[in-house]
Design a protein around this ligand. Structure first.
Ligand SMILES: [Zn+2]
Length: 361
């Protein structure tokens, strides 16, 4: 379990422990069950029983509320609810209980999947009818299976969302961006391109993306498991993911400039007129006047103005940097590579005077 407002640079690294381990789900394939259909049914029921067990506390907490402390220490009455399910299509099928090749959200016939939205008018799945069918479990196996078939779902015994408050699992399904958008799009593009330019033009790289993501996923799992094994071997009594102090979530950053200026010598006039730094000379002399004061001296703005007017600038041109970068600092000593967190690019405009609004990050 994790929360979405942790920067992904931290969250996606198992070594940073931005996740809390809730449970291990069984990975058994129930090989000893020879009947394939009943094996599949048992696996689905096992999954729902386990997830139901993990989410069971949400039923009372969602209705009655629980006290939770926010980052600033204030206590809030919170009602945690199951809101969305994130998973790939086979997982969506497993969670909702719809049949494979069906839409988990609506009752579109499977041969009309993929038609442009608006080409047909399909209804969202009817949760009430499904819940009614699920409660037919008391009336015996056959009646239960029949009721579920009519309602359009598989006969799952108490799916985990059945008793959770305010949940409509069919509306909780989120698009699977990796498989449905990215990989789906790449697949579509490859088919389209091979039709347009001939498959000879396309080298056989089409599996690389899928292979890459699988490899990454596996690597994360291995790392997570390794951490767990280390913790168990160490035999410590405290939970591995529990930190009395929440980890620092903002990036420590340091400002960096290029070694050489973008422009070596820019005249004061140009700085004022083309860079739009109208009060540059005034600001610079004020800055010099302030810097030349002994430490811990306080003077009035009027006095500062007077001193600034006495400052003589012994040059007519200045080097100008068009780019400033802020890079991360590895404060935790985790060996994190340095990344650019922010940068500002500024160049004199052509058509309109340069304003401070043009500086963006
Ligand atoms: Zn649909």
């Amino acid at each position: 379990m994790t929360i979405g407002n942790i920067p992904k640079e931290i969250r996606r690294k198992p070594s940073r422990q931005a996740h809390v381990l809730l449970a291990y789900l069984p990975t058994t394939c129930l090989e000893h069950v020879t009947n394939k259909a009943s094996c599949r049914r048992m696996l689905a029921n096992l999954y729902h029983a386990c997830v139901g067990h993990v989410l069971a506390p949400l039923a009372a907490a969602g209705i009655n509320g629980v006290n939770m402390q926010s980052g600033n220490g204030a206590m809030h009455r919170c009602h945690p609810l199951f809101v969305c399910f994130v998973g790939d299509y086979p997982e969506q099928v497993l969670a909702t209980g719809v049949k494979t090749m069906q839409c988990p959200n609506c009752d579109v016939p499977s041969d009309e999947l993929g038609l442009a939205a608006g080409a047909a008018n399909y209804q969202p799945r009817n949760l009430d009818a499904v819940l009614d069918a699920l409660s037919a479990l008391d009336e015996g196996g056959l009646a239960f299976v029949r009721a579920c078939t009519v309602a359009g779902i598989k006969p799952i015994i108490h799916p985990y969302w059945e008793g959770l408050p305010f949940v409509n699992i069919f509306e909780s399904i989120t698009p699977d961006v990796l498989h449905q958008l990215y990989q789906g799009l790449v697949k579509h593009l490859l088919a389209w391109l091979s039709e347009a330019c001939g498959s000879a033009e396309l080298t056989n790289h089409k599996n690389e993306f899928a292979q890459m993501t699988t490899w990454l996923e596996r690597r994360e799992k291995i790392l997570r498991h390794k951490k767990y094994v280390q913790w168990r071997l160490a035999g410590t009594t405290h939970h591995p993911h529990h930190h009395p102090q929440p980890p620092e979530m903002t990036f420590c950053r340091t400002q960096t400039m290029t070694k050489h200026p973008s422009v070596k010598a820019v005249t004061m006039d140009k700085i004022v007129n083309e860079y739009g730094a109208t009060y540059f000379r005034k600001s610079l002399t004020r800055c010099i006047a302030k810097a030349s004061l002994p430490i811990n001296t306080t003077i009035t703005p009027r006095q500062l103005e007077d001193r600034a007017s006495d400052v003589y600038l012994p040059f007519q041109t200045l080097p100008v940097f068009h780019k400033v970068k802020w890079v991360s600092v590895d404060v935790h000593g985790q060996g994190d590579p340095q990344v650019t967190l922010d940068s500002v690019h500024a160049r004199p405009g052509h058509s309109r005077p340069f304003t401070s609004d043009s500086v963006s990050s």
